[in-house]
Structures are given as C-alpha cells and as structure tokens.
Design a protein around this ligand. Structure first.
Ligand SMILES: [Zn+2]
Length: 222
C-alpha cells in the first residue's frame, strides 16, 4: 500500500489493532464501522509518517463510491455482516465513511456521543446523531467526499494545488508524464488554483510561465 515496505506496513497494522483496544476506553457505543475509522485515525496519530497515506487512501475510496449504501442502515450493523457480500472497493469505501466521521467528530466528541447514548440506554450511537453532528445529508455523496480532503500533492492524489502566490500575470504550467515518459497532459493554472492529475501520472514538471490572455479558460478545472 502506498509505497511503504512490508515491515512498516506490519507496524501500521499492529498499531491499528492496538488502537481497537484503546478505543474501548472511548466508549462501547461506537458503531462498528465508526470504530474502524477511529482505529485508523488513532493509527495516524501514533504513526505520523502514516497519517497522510491513511488520509489519502480514505479520500480515494470515498471518491470511488458509485452509489451510496443506506448510511443509516450501514452504521447500525454491529457484526461482520457489515462487510459481507461487498466488493473490496465498497468495503473500503464504508471504512472511509467511518474514518470521515471519526476525524470530523474527534475523540472528545465521540466520547460525548457515547456518554449520551449510554445515558439514553442505547447500545450504540444512533447514526442520525453522527450525521447531525458533522452536519451532512448522509444521502448526498458530495457531503461525504467533502469530509476527507486529499492531502495536496500527495503521490497518487488526483489533485495538485498551487497554494502560494505568484507575481501578477504569472501562471503555473504543469506537464504530467506517464511511466513510459510520454506526456499525458499539459495544463496552465492560475495561483491559487488546482487541477486534476491524469490517471497514470508518474511524475510532473512545474514551470512558472506567463498567463495566457484568457487565463480563466486555459485554467484546469477547479
Ligand atoms: Zn480494525
């Protein structure tokens, strides 16, 4: 996964499993899929060198969702049937949804929600409380993808962003190369700006050039 070696991956998985144990202290009222997300979030905090990879992976799979499962139903499942009969991509997308909620609500918020569920005599936090808390319409795909941003310029990220400023009239020219060295696409973006990275890009060249007269239309999609 994402260019780390086997020993590093093993360490990451170990921390993930330890995180499950640690999460017991957050509250037993976490829905199963959310608990997976919390474990991934905690892993990223314990192993900072993994946190961007974990975020990029979840951002990626959230964007692979073709049609949403019923989120309220999915966040009510408390056994392995949550994953049963799903494709790898679907299962990873579900996990990404758990991660999205976990990172937005945070450990303190989750503790609060667990305590609230406990006080109401509920076995688990009702999914509606989670969606309300992060203020999303769970049936809108865009609401989910907005919860986990791609780390900008992370290898494999579909978006490259120009976050700084350039002298007026200057634009960023980006040339994307495939693994065989062929040019996949050349694009000009204003700064601030962003554009999609073509599939198959293995490296990119950035140059500062004069903006074309009509910078708007030459700019990549935002
Ligand atoms: Zn796990």
């Amino acid at each position: 996964m994402l260019g780390k070696d086997a020993a590093e991956q093993e360490e990451m998985l170990l921390v993930h499993e330890l995180a499950h144990w640690y999460i017991g202290g957050v509250g037993e009222q976490l829905p199963l899929i959310l608990e997976e997300g919390v474990a991934d979030m905690v892993t990223g905090e314990v192993l900072p060198e993994w946190s961007l990879s974990i975020r990029a992976l979840h951002a990626h799979f959230l964007r692979q969702i073709q049609s949403l499962p019923d989120p309220a139903a999915v966040f009510r499942i408390q056994d392995s049937s949550a994953w049963k009969g799903r494709s790898e991509t679907e299962a990873r997308a579900l996990r990404a949804m758990g991660y999205a909620l976990a990172t937005r609500i945070g450990l303190d918020g989750l503790r609060e929600l667990c305590a609230e569920a406990r006080a109401r005599g509920l076995a688990h936090i009702p999914p509606e409380r989670l969606f309300e808390r992060v203020r999303i319409d769970p049936l809108r795909l865009e609401d989910w993808t907005a919860l986990v941003e791609f780390p900008p310029d992370f290898p494999g990220s579909p978006v490259v962003r120009a976050p700084d400023s350039l002298p007026p009239g200057k634009c960023l020219k980006i040339t994307f190369y495939g693994a065989d060295g062929s040019v996949l696409r050349t694009t000009l973006i204003p700064v601030f700006g962003s554009c999609q990275v073509p599939r198959g890009t293995s490296r990119q060249l950035l140059e500062i050039v004069d903006c074309p007269a009509n910078a708007e239309s030459a700019a990549g999609k935002r």
